[in-house]
Write a protein that binds this ligand. Structure first.
Ligand code: 2HA
Ligand code: ZN
Length: 274
């Protein structure tokens, strides 16, 4: 592999940065990237097209033939930069959208991430709803977001509004809010279906008592979204830890004023009176 190719470098760098944020204990978290046409041309020389197809265990017909770079199941984010070829892989989806084959990587064996069904179903919905723009799906275990799922109601309107209040730029960064999936068994089609349904509307979905999924056009946007959400969650945890009595905050009227100056339209469902 040529590690100077931009998407390859960016993929590895995101894994390293996520690890440094403490979002990837042990083998926690996973990352996938949908390659562009011209990027595929630059890596075919490194691919082995004779490997067998294996079932995805869900169906993603709109991703037929697509190529993805993904982290390996059971692999540690910490190790991606040290030995990419052992920890990540490039896969291709078959023409029905039901099987994948490994073209490169995982040189010592293994499979793509255990959350492959959720990654691919999220990619499928985002490919359609963003007119082919979104290419990165990132799952991590950020401490403060997870902590909040024990004390806030698991209601996307309350979560979104509470997090918006913690940092002025939040409503600009996650204007459509954050979705929430109640606790479910990870790693299968069921949680993939619940998550991708919410990805219709949101770019970020919380898995209660587990972690966060974010979607974006590129690595910086997706990591930045994750970082912004977790930073505001950290502030909220601190506010709640100081007794939770806000003497002042950003009000619905403030948000409306912000929307005018920033020329955005904030969904009214998050601007309720409290
Ligand atoms: O171990 O984070 O959700 C990878 C995961 C599973
Ligand atoms: Zn996880």
């Amino acid at each position: 592999m040529n590690y100077n190719i931009k998407f390859v470098k960016d993929f590895i760098q995101l894994a390293t940065n996520g690890y440094k944020q403490n979002w990837h204990e042990r083998n926690g978290g996973n990352l996938s990237y949908r390659l562009k046409k011209e990027e595929i041309e630059n890596i075919t020389q490194y691919c082995n097209f004779s490997s067998d197809y294996r079932p995805i265990e869900t169906s993603v017909p709109k991703l037929a033939g697509e190529y993805f770079m993904v982290t390996g199941s059971g692999k540690f984010f910490k190790n991606v930069v040290l030995d990419p070829e052992d920890n990540i892989c490039i896969i291709q989806i078959d023409d029905k959208g039901e099987n994948y084959r490994i073209l490169w990587g995982l040189k010592n064996g293994g499979r793509p991430t255990s959350e492959l069904p959720t990654h691919l179903m999220n990619h499928e919905i985002k490919k359609v709803t963003t007119d082919n723009k979104h290419r990165v799906i990132y799952h991590c275990h950020p401490t403060n977001i997870i902590a909040l799922t024990f004390v806030l109601p698991l209601d996307y309107k309350i979560f979104t509004r509470e997090l918006w209040e913690m940092a002025t730029e939040c409503p600009i960064v996650f204007l459509n809010g954050i979705g929430i999936v109640d606790w479910m068994v990870p790693g299968g089609k069921e949680i993939a279906m619940a998550t991708s349904k919410l990805m219709n509307k949101f770019d970020a979905v919380i898995w209660a008592h587990h972690g966060l999924f974010c979607s974006g056009e590129d690595f910086d946007i997706t990591f930045g979204l994750t970082h912004t959400i977790e930073k505001s969650a950290e502030i909220l945890v601190k506010v709640l830890s100081m007794g939770g009595n806000k003497l002042q905050t950003i009000t619905s009227k403030n948000f409306r004023d912000l929307a005018v100056d920033f020329k955005v339209s904030l969904p009214e469902e998050f601007l309720f009176e409290k």
